[in-house]
Design a protein around this ligand. Structure first.
Ligand code: X8Z
Ligand code: ZN
Length: 622
């Protein structure tokens, strides 16, 4: 049930967009444009005698209707968490599944009729969306849990071990994790946040069972298999592909890990940061140790070179949310993309409201499909959040350029990694030169030392993330396949975090804990391999846009800001939506049909050489 509910309807980092109902096709004119939701009995009795073209027209129309209903309910649930809004979202999700469940089966029966590539692709995408369990009671239970789990996450607070301290939410704890250098305070925040997911454990285990039932009813072995099938290649080949990409970048990650561990050891001592051991997860400036940019000051290569961290300048100049969002929008319009609609400014949530619970995790939406672009964020004045805004607008602009496609099934990225990579590829153009243009930097890095400093900051965000981006679904694939049972959830989680990231839990963990649930995407069941792919793809997109812009010179110095040629390339890819296999979209953009980490290695070549020098004589690895 993932793809539709995430890509089209429910809370997501990339929701859908739409346009007025497509003009009915002549051959569809006798059928109702919008089907009513069949109950199960009628659905199973209904013979699959419908003409495929009529079926697809009906499905696309009903998808639009269901998607709007469910997306609006989810928007309200995410921006105003109460039992009632959770119920409304869950009811809408249940109705959506009630429509999809028989529809996916009908689609399978109609598959032999598919003649054109277009028809085949739409049927494939429909199948990948899945239908949830056939049993209506199980669908209802699945929808309920699917709304409840992110609600628990959104409401999560830590009020101290005795419950008497001032309660802190994830935003407060995140600020502490990113700025404090007091290991005790860091540990308290880390442990505290990881208590909020304990109650999720039994709910999550049940959710997995029900979700698997749905996947099986849609013809997949389990949910993980369903997710892996969404990449225009055999699922086994896709798994190999992610391993291949990881092997390409692992040496660079290992170099970075080695250097960062040595610097953290200088700060925190050998007792805490041990030789040859994984790094304790609370010392890396981020609740999940997924990005390490917040410990930049502890690992800065050269101290006497002007810093390119602009958080201080943004604060000093009084940058507020509006200014940050306008700045991000201006990057897109500089490429020749359209301005955001007026409703974006009226309907978005930019700041955490003081009077109610919300899901703060940043996301981009288009609930009404009619160019109803919105974002939901709890902005703080930091460079990290400025970059997140570019990321979110990347989703919105994708939606903006594909929402006019009449087939709802094509409202999505070429694959989900593409959706995540658009905004990030522009962040790669936020070079010191660009930041100076914004008035946030006075001096540009003038020599190799300056370059290494800039690259270090970049690598702490982009390279540090790679193993995390891969392991989350490694864990979930095993959970969904049954290889990891509920009794081993936490053990398996930490085994992967140690293996891939070289990061360990800062205190002993047990199966009383449910540490995966302390990450939004597990609580909300959002697939995560997309972010791993995006970290690879964004460099390929960046290189292609730099070429289109006619910018020579090293990749890490290129900014496509202001290039209409780069924008034209980008728009062409966005407008395809999911209508073509991702390989075609990638080819149109980059001239290559393969995901490849070569562009990352090219971008970070100066830093990698420098790291190798620094790590000489060090015992790297863990
Ligand atoms: O969830 C997100 C975006 C929304 S799609 C803010 N990201 C991942 C995360 O926060 O874990 C972006 C980077 C990875
Ligand atoms: Zn995203």
């Amino acid at each position: 049930m993932r793809r539709l509910l995430m890509a089209l309807a429910l809370v997501s980092c990339a929701t859908s967009s739409r346009k007025p109902e497509p003009a009915p096709r002549p051959d569809a004119a006798l059928k109702p444009a919008v089907a009513t939701v069949p109950d199960d009995a009628t659905a199973s009795q209904k013979p699959p005698a419908e003409d495929l073209q009529i079926f697809l027209a009906r499905v696309n129309a009903e998808l639009r209707r269901q998607s709007i209903r469910s997306s609006v309910a989810s928007w309200v649930a995410a921006t105003y968490i109460t039992d009632d809004t959770e119920r409304l979202a869950s009811n809408a999700g249940e109705d959506f599944l009630a429509f999809l469940s028989p529809t996916v089966k009908e689609a399978a029966a109609l598959a032999p009729q598919a003649k054109t590539e277009d028809e085949k692709r739409q049927l494939l995408l429909l199948k990948l969306n899945g239908g949830g369990p056939t049993d209506p009671a199980h669908r209802a239970e699945l929808s309920e849990l699917g709304a409840k789990l992110p609600g628990i996450y959104g409401k999560g607070k830590w009020c101290g071990a005795d419950g008497k301290a001032k309660c802190r939410d994830l935003e407060d704890l995140t600020t502490l994790m990113s700025t404090s250098r007091d290991p005790k305070a860091l540990l308290d925040a880390w442990v505290g946040w990881h208590t909020i997911s304990k109650p999720m454990r039994p709910l999550y285990a049940r959710y997995v069972e029900l979700n698997n039932e749905g996947a099986r009813d849609s013809g997949f072995a389990d949910v993980g298999a369903e997710w892996r099938a969404g990449y225009d290649m055999p699922p086994e080949a896709f798994e190999k592909e992610t391993d291949r990409l990881w092997q390409q970048v692992k040496p660079l990650y290992d170099d970075l890990h080695c250097y960062v561990r040595a610097q953290l050891q200088k700060k925190y001592g050998k007792q805490l940061v041990k030789d040859g051991q994984p790094i304790p997860a609370h010392l890396l400036g981020n609740m999940w140790a997924q990005e390490w940019n917040n410990v930049y000051s502890l690992v800065e290569p050269y101290k006497n070179v002007p810093s390119t961290d602009v958080t201080g300048a943004m604060k000093k100049q009084g940058w507020d949310a509006k200014k940050m969002v306008r700045t991000a929008e201006a990057f897109y319009t500089s490429l020749g993309l359209d301005p955001l609609p007026a409703t974006f400014w009226e309907r978005s949530m930019f700041l955490k409201p003081r009077d109610r619970e919300v899901v703060c995790h940043a996301s981009a939406w288009n609930p009404l499909i009619e160019n109803d672009l919105r974002i939901k964020v709890c902005l703080k004045t930091t460079q990290e959040d400025l970059e997140t805004l570019h990321h979110e607008l990347g989703h919105n602009y994708y939606e903006h350029y594909y929402y006019q496609l009449p087939q709802m099934l094509y409202h999505g990225g070429a694959n989900d990694g593409f959706h995540e990579a658009i905004g990030d590829s522009l962040v790669l153009s936020m070079t010191p030169g660009y930041l100076k243009k914004l008035g946030l930097l006075e001096k540009l890095p003038a020599d190799d030392k300056g370059t290494i400093n800039v690259q270090m900051k970049d690598a702490l965000t982009r390279i540090a993330f790679l193993p995390f981006g891969k392991l989350i679904d490694q864990w979930r694939w095993d959970v969904y396949s049954g290889k990891t049972s509920p009794a081993d959830y936490n053990k398996a989680w930490w085994a992967l975090r140690e293996k891939y990231q070289g990061v360990k839990a800062p205190v002993a963990r047990s199966e009383e804990d449910f540490d995966p649930g302390a990450k939004f995407h597990v609580a909300s069941d959002t697939p995560y391999t997309r972010y791993f792919l995006a970290r690879v793809l964004q460099f390929q997109f960046h290189r292609a846009m730099c070429q289109a812009a006619g910018i020579k010179g090293p990749l890490h110095e290129c900014s496509v800001y202001g290039s209409k040629e780069a924008g034209t390339k980008l728009k062409a890819m966005l407008a395809l939506g999911a209508s073509k296999p991702w390989q075609d979209a990638l080819f149109a953009m980059t001239g290559s049909r393969e995901m490849d980490a070569g562009a990352i290695l090219e971008y970070f070549a100066p830093l990698q050489g420098w790291l190798k020098e620094q790590n000489k004589g060090q015992r790297c690895g863990w």
